[in-house]
Ligand binder design. Structure first.
Ligand code: SME
Length: 168
């Protein structure tokens, strides 16, 4: 007997990679679910499997003055990052997205996976307050550009809209 759903599922490498498609998928994925951990976990999974050439995708959440590891896909990572430290903590301090073409040239970069060569970190800012960051790592140098910055910021806008005022 033929199983349409399984037979028609695209292979992982054929998933859409346009940021518009990802934003639509993310919006549907998060619709109707209010649990923040579940929504962050599915967001990390969608991004990790939807964008090419990533070796880590996930969240650090602000706990007081410290970023603490949240839901992610990839190898186990460092758990705590102080504001102002590493790429993640610097993005929080500057309240701005950081695109780092070569992590080894970034002063204070925190190496969690030796494979990482480039990185993008997008702060999650809700009602003027940073609540965490999205962190993407790539094994390729200069993997992320302005298009990725705009796309990732748009994805985080979808996430923040879906999460609303639920505590993160
Ligand atoms: N490289 C980051 C640390 C987190 S890992 O990449 C998952 C940083 O420098 O903040």
């Amino acid at each position: 007997m033929r199983h349409e759903t399984l037979d028609s599922a695209p292979p992982a490498d054929a998933l859409p990679v346009s940021y518009d498609d990802l934003a639509t998928q993310l919006d549907h994925l998060l619709a109707g679910e209010s649990d923040v951990v579940a929504n962050l976990a599915n967001t990390a999974a969608l991004i990790y499997h939807g964008l090419p050439a990533l070796n880590w995708a996930g969240f650090y959440l602000l706990r007081g003055e410290t970023l603490v590891l949240g839901p992610f896909q990839g190898k186990p990572a460092c758990v705590r990052i102080e504001i102002g430290k590493g790429v993640c903590g610097t993005a929080v301090a500057r309240r701005a997205t950081l695109v780092v073409p070569d992590v080894h040239a970034f002063p204070g970069h925190i190496a969690c996976d030796a494979a990482s060569q480039s990185e993008i970190v997008v702060p999650l800012i809700r009602r003027g307050a940073v609540v965490g960051v999205l962190d993407l790592d790539s094994p390729l140098l200069a993997r992320f550009d302005a298009k990725d910055q705009a796309g990732c910021e748009a994805l985080m806008a979808v996430l923040l809209r879906r999460i609303g005022d639920t505590p993160v």
